[in-house]
Design a protein around this ligand. Structure first.
Ligand SMILES: Nc1ncnc2c1ncn2[C@@H]1O[C@H](COP(=O)(O)OP(=O)(O)O)[C@@H](O)[C@H]1O
Ligand SMILES: [Mg+2]
Length: 222
């Protein structure tokens, strides 16, 4: 099982959004997925409840956990045959985010182009570095049809010596529309740029953390 933490102390930058969308993409790829929600606001958990009321296809399991139960929950998920655990973390100073980063094989740090987000990104990346865990920034809320956010973000992250994912997420209304329905942009607007970006981000992440999907296993066997 691979464990991915999604963390930055800044709120509203897309931690829960990334967790839900990557969890759904992993499930659609045929993997057994658990989302561990460490934010006491439980946004991912509520989304999971809305989702399970509407869909009867395989869903990522979403469970709320505290830092006291994290190791045990991860062990239980591993024993139950989970392929991937995604850990959503709270904003602000917390015991949960460091625990998640410590438990993870890989850390995603969503951020946007603002100096306070760079502060948070630097702190999470520093923690991951001290723990020897790879961490990558994911630019979110970039302005559609413009490269200026991406170019600026890449030069800031270069200066901070933090890697940035090759895939950037832009600001699209589909995210706001999908959430109350327990959906994702892939389902809300399957042919949209938002859905294509999530698919590309998942493809990159699954290669990065070496998660084999059903399709890849079949391809390899052929
Ligand atoms: N790329 C995006 N485009 C438009 N809205 C977004 C995007 N990413 C996130 N959002 C919206 O922004 C809000 C905050 O995102 P969220 O994932 O909850 O942040 P966090 O978990 O870091 O606090 C949510 O309402 C979400 O739907
Ligand atoms: Mg959140």
């Amino acid at each position: 099982m691979r464990t991915v933490a999604i963390a930055i102390n800044k709120g509203g930058v897309g931690k829960t959004t990334l967790t839900k969308h990557l969890g759904t993409a992993a499930t659609a790829a045929g993997l057994n997925v658990i989302i561990l929600d460490m934010d006491s606001q439980q946004n991912a958990t509520s989304w999971g409840k809305r989702r399970s009321q509407q869909r009867d296809e395989p869903l990522p399991v979403v469970r709320f956990v505290t830092e006291n139960d994290l190791a045990e929950e991860l062990e239980r998920a591993r024993a139950a045959g989970c392929d991937v655990a995604l850990i959503d973390t709270p904003p602000g100073r917390s015991a949960e985010a460091p625990a998640a980063v410590e438990a993870a094989d890989f850390v995603l740090i969503p951020f946007w182009l603002e100096s306070d987000a760079f502060d948070g990104l630097g702190k999470t990346a520093g923690l991951a570095r001290r723990l020897g865990t790879p961490a990558v920034g994911v630019l979110n809320f970039a302005t559609p049809n413009s490269r200026s956010h991406e170019d600026a973000a890449r030069s800031v992250l270069d200066a901070l010596n933090v890697s940035m994912s090759p895939v950037v997420l832009h600001r699209y209304e589909a995210y706001r529309l999908a959430n109350p329905k327990g959906l994702t942009v892939q389902e809300m607007e399957p042919d949209s740029r938002a859905a294509a970006e999530i698919a590309a981000l998942w493809e990159w992440l699954s290669a990065e953390v070496q998660l084999c999907t059903d399709a890849q296993v079949q391809e390899g066997a052929a």
